[in-house]
Design a protein around this ligand. Structure first.
Ligand code: TXA
Ligand code: MG
Length: 310
C-alpha cells in the first residue's frame, strides 16, 4: 500500500491536539488518541459509548518506546521478537513512573500493549512522541470495522478524521495474552494459539469465558451485527441469510460465502465484512453452517457465538 505522507501529517496534527481519529491496523481499524492524555482518552470512551471500566489497548512503535511504561519479562521478549509488529496484544505490569493516562487504564496496574504492523500506522507512530490508545473502531458491543467506510458508517461526522489504510489484512482483532504470570490467552484472535505455544515452549491456558469477567471482550454479547444469528444450522428458515464457510454450487442471493475453498484464515478475514453486507442487504436474521473448530475457525466460532447472544 502506498503511503500518503500528507494524510499522516494531518493525523499527527489532530493527535497532537488531543483529538481522536480512526487509524488502520492489520487486524481491524482503531479509534486512536494520545495515550498520555486524559482528554484524548475520555473522547475515545465517549465516541465508542464504551463503559469506563473497560481499559484501552495502547499501540507502540517498538519495544524501546514501551520500556518507559511497562515491565518487560522474558516471555514478552520472546514473543515480541518472533511476532511483532503483528496481531498479538500483551498484558503487562505498568511501571509506577508510566505516563499512561489513568483514564485509559481505569486505574488498573496493568496495560494491554500492541505493535501494529500496518505500514501507515507504523509511520504515524514513529512520528509521534506518545503511544496511541486505540480500541476497535466500532460502537461498544457491535461489530468491528475493517475498512474506512465501515468506520464512517458507524460514526458519521462524529469522527474528526479517518486515516485511510485500505482493508485490514487480517480482519479480526489481535489475540490477547496475559504474560504477568503463567501465560494465559484472554481473547482468541489474529494469531493462532498453537503458533504462540511453539515459541513459548510452555503451557498456555485459555481463559476466554471466565466466571468472573476481567476483559469485556470476554463478554457473552459482543461483535453483534444487530440481527439474530443461529449457529450450526443445516436447514435454513424462509427469508434467512445463510453464511457458509466455503463456496458451493448453489447460487442463491441469500447465500454468503466466507472463503473460496474453506481456508479458515481467508474466512476470518471476510467475517465482519460479510456480516455487515448481510445487514445492509436487509436480512432480518442469519443462519450459519457449521465451521470447523480448529485454528482460525476457533476465532470465527468465538466471535459468532458472542454475536449470536444478541
Ligand atoms: O486488534 C486489536 O486488538 C484492535 C486494534 C485496533 O489494535 N483493538 C481492539 O481493541 O480490539 P478493543 O478495545 O476492542 O479490545 C481490547 C480488549 C478489550 O476487551 C479490553 O477489555 C482488553 O482488551 N483490555 C484492555 N486493557 C486490558 C488490561 N489491562 N487487562 C486485560 N484486558 C485488557
Ligand atoms: Mg472491540
Amino acid at each position: 500500500m502506498k503511503i500518503n505522507l500528507a494524510n499522516i501529517k494531518k493525523a499527527k496534527k489532530l493527535l497532537n491536539k488531543r483529538e481522536c481519529i480512526a487509524i488502520p491496523t492489520e487486524t481491524v481499524y482503531g479509534i486512536g488518541g494520545n495515550a498520555y492524555s486524559d482528554t484524548a482518552c475520555k473522547k475515545i470512551f465517549k465516541l465508542k459509548k464504551r463503559p469506563k471500566n473497560n481499559p484501552l489497548i495502547v499501540h507502540y512503535y517498538d519495544l524501546k518506546n514501551l520500556e518507559a511504561d511497562c515491565d518487560l519479562n522474558n516471555d514478552f521478549k520472546k514473543l515480541y521478537k518472533r511476532f511483532c509488529p503483528g496481531p498479538i496484544t500483551f498484558i503487562l505490569n505498568l511501571k509506577k513512573t508510566s505516563k499512561i493516562s489513568k483514564v485509559a487504564t481505569n486505574q488498573k496496574k496493568t496495560l494491554a500493549v500492541r505493535f501494529p504492523k500496518h505500514p501507515i500506522t507504523r509511520n504515524l507512530l514513529k512520528n509521534l512522541n506518545f503511544p496511541i490508545a486505540a480500541p476497535s473502531a466500532n460502537i461498544s458491543t457491535k461489530i468491528s470495522a475493517v475498512t474506512s467506510s465501515d468506520v464512517k458508517d458507524d460514526f458519521g461526522k462524529k469522527i474528526k478524521y479517518v486515516l485511510e489504510g485500505g482493508k485490514s489484512l487480517i480482519g479480526v482483532e489481535s489475540t490477547i495474552v496475559d504474560l504477568r504470570k503463567k501465560p494465559q490467552i484472554l481473547r482468541l484472535g489474529g494469531l493462532e494459539v498453537e503458533t504462540i505455544q511453539k515459541i513459548l515452549k510452555k503451557k498456555i491456558s485459555i481463559n476466554i469465558n471466565p466466571s468472573k469477567i476481567s476483559v469485556p471482550g470476554q463478554l457473552k454479547i459482543h461483535y453483534s451485527p444487530g440481527i439474530p444469528i443461529r449457529l450450526n444450522v443445516r436447514k435454513i428458515q424462509k427469508d434467512e441469510a445463510f453464511l457458509l464457510i466455503k463456496k458451493n454450487k448453489i447460487n442463491k442471493s441469500n447465500y454468503y460465502f466466507l472463503s473460496e475453498k474453506g481456508n479458515l484464515k481467508e474466512a476470518a478475514k471476510n467475517l465482519y465484512t460479510t456480516l455487515r453486507k448481510i445487514k445492509k442487504d436487509r436480512y432480518k436474521s442469519i443462519a450459519v453452517s457449521k465451521i470447523p473448530n480448529k485454528g482460525f475457525g476457533k476465532t470465527i466460532n468465538d466471535r459468532l457465538m458472542r454475536a449470536s447472544k444478541f
